[in-house]
Design a protein around this ligand. Structure first.
Ligand code: CA2
Length: 142
């Protein structure tokens, strides 16, 4: 079975506890369950870290996988290191966000991830993740 890595960045472990108006009521565990149910044809790894270097390590290790779904959290707007890691691997990276950063503060309008990602899905809450799974599945069969 092809492996799909779903990587989550800083503070996403807090989902479901605060700011439900922006990020929805689902916890990260709920989103993981949703992703697993949505993608029976993939071997899924689902991880979260608050550390930029850990995310870089996981991206490098996923180089030969079917794809990476990446919600880099606030590192989206700051991390040249994650941008470089995405550029350095073969696997397609789909950038996802629960919220629509373009409808928020101006500092969220720029994404280093978008410069290197295969595609971007944002603004659909937890559904952004399942839409991204569909996108990777489409690449698999293309
Ligand atoms: O909308 C998204 O998915 C974001 O990647 C979420 C990041 C934000 O910095 C990006 O601009 C957009 C922040 C995640 C913080 O998550 C929290 C969850 C609960 C309570 C507080 C923060």
């Amino acid at each position: 079975m092809p492996t799909l890595h779903i990587l989550n960045g800083p503070n996403l472990n807090l989902l479901g506890t605060r700011e439900p108006g922006i990020y929805g009521a689902s916890s990260l565990a709920d989103i993981e369950q949703m992703c697993r149910s949505h993608a029976p044809g993939f071997n899924i790894t689902f991880r979260q870290s608050n550390s930029e270097g850990q995310l870089v390590d996981w991206i490098q290790q996923a180089s030969d996988s079917a794809g990476i779904i990446l919600n880099a959290g606030a590192y989206t707007h700051t991390s040249v290191a994650i941008y470089d890691a995405i550029r350095a691997i073969d696997a397609p990276v789909i950038e996802v966000h629960l919220s629509n950063p373009h409808a928020r503060e101006t500092f969220r309008h720029h994404s280093y991830i978008s410069l290197a990602a295969r595609g971007v899905i944002c603004g659909f809450g937890a559904k952004s993740y399942t839409l991204a799974i569909d996108a990777v599945a489409g690449l698999e069969t293309a």
